[in-house]
Write a protein of this length. Structure first.
Lengths: 450, 442
């Protein structure tokens, strides 16, 4: 049987509230007016954090060229960090004409004998999907030959956007890994973290708190993840989705198959981190655990508030405009509010209906939800008298023109703002932005300008 | 000259530094003013390139995609997605040129972009750049040829003072500008094709990324055929000379494999003296030659005791190897991204077409690495140091303004490399002494 997921099924996600009658992808690409990565990109982002697995792109260099060793997802895996190792079959003319299956099989052999991975993810791309390479057959044969899972990931870019690729990755893991191994032992407080990629080490900002409470992270998909652990994920008591709506299909299916309930949390900022920890404890349903969690939250918040005092003086009366995508529209807003910054506007251009509702709830009735931030944000800054713009790099010029401070919130950022301690890092960065004279200075008139 | 190993013999690339042909095409179109490069493929093809260039140049980058999806991949011959793309681009911005380039996906399904281009009435240049062939250099060259072939009006008159400069893809924006300035200082006017020196040179401009801002204009591209000379720099762009000569056989073609180091720059300057009829170069050129002579002597001790790994595009390898060899640098290993005729002329002990896994396996043979961002982690793994050159460079800011060419840039290059090699040795000495101390106190 083919392991190719049924794309239509993945697009109609019953657990998505807004998806009552839609049969189309959330972001169907418009020719000539599309930004953002493809399904392959999304699948890579979802799976690359497994550092003990090799990630083999069966495609030409465009599919890997600029994209490997770009994910800032650290690992505690002691072996070679395969997240940061690029593997590609580099399809050439010959492979297009004669098929690339033999080359793919040899590539897997090369990887297994030189890098001893715990698994090999084999990513299909557009060209072999068109020429019809039987990746499933190659993977099946190599799984038997090497005794480690070789997992086909059918995410050629033309099937859709990043979001869909992330679902396809979840589907592949569900089909080929989860439930293939039993954990050595189980506890009543075993959870899976789904969609936590440990970007810039965000997982490590709160994992120790879970452990302190006696909550065991049985597996993660996929930040600081281990193949051996994700294979046992079916024994968890709870799935926790961290900032990744695209993986609800995966958790819904795990609920159907294994009876694992799921909740969705964010660990951005103090308020959300506390709410997330409490939600996990409540979902696990143990009165003592809930009590201990409340105590831990009180302790952490008191500590953090003490450390934030000098920052709150700097931020008093400051207003921010936020232009970023998806769930960041509200999760970063929440962190800013924790710092005493008023968020007067946020972008909801790439947000789901649920994210939009949440943004409104967090920001209040007065705030502006920008649907076209590129054209709106300059005007919004004027109208609200904002002092700070948080956005991707291409909005820098808007901030300079308006002579207000700018902070880049792109995913390429090198620091983690997650958890309680991340808020201190965010506070320091924002303080540095607000106090930096460059935004005021750089656009001053040249000596020859009138 | 070295023995050249042109085939890796491996079924895959591990830690590749090779970049794809469509990426080279995108870069070339970004060197045309008010151009919208349009990559004909799935949305990811363009997105991967866009993210890489944006991070590398620290600038927003204009690039659009025809966003081929699964239905279009099977049913459409490109007509719908290309025409629709152009319509949608024109709804938002008014480009002077659409730079249509294909990918492996659209070449595999066999779209006839030439036929489609013929039916479109906006200024458009098309080029076939499947990513299962060639690499960054060939994508750049094919696109440069397409720009001339499809835009330049044929002619038979010559402007004796006009030169067309065709840089290879690895010449950085500031290097193209310096080349132009030196040639112009001999009394010529220069049009660079493509010209990244005013588009991706880290300048602050308004409305960035809606279109390329800066570069050679479409009007200039139409008027290239009255140039007296076409000067190609880099083996990969040598064929562009003939492309322009096809528009006017009276154009004379002069080729340089590189313009790095004393001999490389001397060759260019000697030719400029000849064709300008001058006896002496401008004072600045003469002064910089003296500074380079001094730089060579100042840096030879450090570089002369250092074994180098160079990992780069073929033309870039040839240029760097020449500079280093002039001061005794031992280029023990040069790893090219792709095969190229120039590899046979690279001044190195060993030249291979390969990846950074090959570099890792051969780490006994070098001390200092010069290569792209990915060689940084290689250096950590094999206990060496790396100096960043090539694309991508995510590690450092300001890479568009690095100047390694001509007398001036070669001097900067030698200083930087000599200092890096020296620091690496100092760190080793320091490390060794700390160990002796620890053993003494134990």
């Amino acid at each position: 049987m083919s392991s190719k997921p049924k794309i239509k099924e993945l697009l109609v996600e019953s657990a998505c509230e807004h998806n009552k009658d839609k049969k189309k992808s959330c972001n169907a690409p418009t020719p000539g007016a599309t930004t953002g990565g493809c399904a392959l990109d999304g699948a890579q982002i979802a799976l690359f954090p497994f550092a003990d697995a090799a990630h083999l792109i069966h495609g030409p260099m465009s599919c890997i060229g600029g994209a490997w060793e770009t994910r800032l997802t650290p690992t505690s895996w002691a072996g070679r960090d395969l997240t940061q190792t690029g593997f590609a079959t580099d399809i050439t003319n010959n492979d297009v004409v004669f098929g690339g299956e033999r080359k793919l099989a040899a590539a897997i052999d090369h990887i297994v004998s030189n890098y001893a991975p715990e698994a090999v993810f084999v990513y299909s791309t557009c060209v072999p999907a068109l020429t019809g390479d039987d990746i499933d057959a190659v993977c099946k044969h190599r799984t038997e030959k090497h005794g480690i899972p070789c997992v086909p990931v059918h995410a050629p870019g033309f099937v859709g956007a990043k979001n869909l690729g992330s679902r396809i990755a979840g589907e592949a893991v569900l089909q080929h890994l989860i439930g293939t191994k039993e954990p050595e032992y189980t506890t009543p407080f075993d959870i899976n973290l789904i969609g936590e990629h440990n970007n810039t080490g965000e997982l490590w900002r709160y994992r120790h708190l879970l452990e302190e409470l006696g909550i065991r992270v049985l597996s993660t998909f996929s930040g600081d993840g281990r193949i051996a652990e994700i294979r046992t994920a079916h024994r968890a008591r709870l799935n926790v989705i961290v900032c990744a709506k695209s993986l609800v299909s995966m958790t819904r299916k795990m609920q159907e198959r294994y009876g694992i309930p799921w909740i969705s949390c964010s660990f951005y900022g103090m308020t959300d981190t506390s709410a997330g920890l409490l939600a996990i404890a409540e979902a696990l349903g143990d009165a003592d655990l809930i009590e201990r969690t409340r105590a831990l939250i009180a302790r952490e918040e008191a500590r953090l508030k003490q450390q934030l005092i000098p920052y709150r003086e700097v931020f008093a009366g400051k207003k921010a405009v936020l232009n970023t995508g998806g769930n960041k529209a509200w999760s970063i807003a929440s962190a800013l509010q924790d710092l005493g910054i008023e968020v007067v506007a946020t972008s909801v251009r790439k947000s789901t209906e649920e994210d939009k509702a949440k943004a409104r709830q967090y920001l209040g009735e007065k705030a502006i939800l920008m649907t076209n931030p590129a054209t709106q944000q300059a005007k919004v800054i004027d109208e609200t008298g904002a002092h700070l713009l948080l956005a991707g790099g291409r909005s820098l010029y808007t901030a300079i023109k308006k002579r207000i401070a700018f902070t880049d919130v792109n995913q390429e950022k090198k620091k983690s703002y997650g958890g309680y301690d991340g808020l201190l890092v965010l506070a320091e960065d924002l303080k540095n932005s607000l106090q930096n004279p460059v935004f005021e200075l750089v656009d001053r008139k040249a000596p020859w300008q009138k | 000259m070295a023995e050249v190993k042109r085939k890796s013999g491996k079924p895959l690339q591990v830690n590749p530094h090779k970049l794809s042909q469509p990426m080279g095409a995108t870069m070339a179109f970004l060197g045309v003013d008010r151009c919208m490069p349009l990559m004909h493929g799935a949305q990811g093809c363009a997105s991967f390139a866009k993210v890489m260039f944006t991070r590398h140049f620290c600038e927003p980058v204009a690039l659009q995609t025809t966003a081929v999806n699964d239905v279009i991949a099977v049913l459409d011959g490109g007509d719908y997605s290309i025409v629709e793309s152009i319509k949608n681009i024109h709804d938002k911005v008014a480009p002077e040129l659409i730079g249509l380039h294909t990918t492996g996906l659209t070449e595999t399904k066999g779209d006839d972009i030439r036929g489609i281009a013929g039916k479109i009435d906006v200024p458009l240049v098309y080029v076939n750049t499947p990513d299962f062939k060639g690499g960054l250099e060939s994508g750049w060259t094919l696109t440069t040829q397409a720009l001339i072939d499809q835009l330049t009006e044929p002619g038979d008159r010559i402007d004796a003072q006009k030169m067309v400069l065709v840089p290879h893809v690895s010449l950085l924006p500031i290097e193209v500008e310096k080349l132009r300035e030196v040639i112009e200082s001999f009394g010529f006017t220069v049009v660079a094709v493509p010209d990244l020196s005013s588009s991706l040179d880290n300048h602050l401009g308004e409305k960035q990324a809606s279109l390329s801002s800066g570069g050679v204009t479409v009007a200039e591209l139409r008027q290239l055929a009255d140039a007296a000379f076409v000067v190609t720099v880099g083996g990969s762009v040598k064929p562009v000379g003939a492309t322009l000569q096809a528009k006017n056989p009276a154009i004379r073609h002069r080729h340089f494999n590189h313009v790095s180091g004393l001999e490389g720059t001397d060759a260019l300057v000697a030719w400029l003296l000849e064709v300008s009829g001058r006896d002496a170069p401008p004072a600045a050129v003469e002064r910089w030659r003296k500074r380079l002579q001094d730089a060579m002597l100042d840096s030879h001790f450090s570089i002369g005791q250092t074994r180098f790994l160079l990992a780069a595009e073929p033309d870039h390898l040839a240029a760097m190897a020449a500079s280093l060899r002039e001061v005794g640098g031992k280029v023990t290993l040069a790893i090219a991204t792709v095969d190229s005729p120039i590899l046979a002329e690279i001044d190195a002990d060993q030249v291979i077409v390969g990846d950074l896994e090959d570099a890792e396996n051969m780490s006994e043979s070098y001390d200092l690495i010069i290569g792209n961002y990915h060689t940084e982690s290689l250096a950590h793994r094999v206990g060496k140091k790396a100096v960043m050159r090539g694309i991508p460079n995510y590690e450092e800011v300001g890479s568009a303004l690095k100047n390694d060419v001509l007398y001036e840039g070669s001097a900067y290059f030698l200083f930087e490399i000599a200092n890096a090699a020296e620091k690496m040795r100092e760190a080793r000495v320091h490390h060794a002494r700390e160990q002796i101390k620890r053993q003494g106190s134990a």
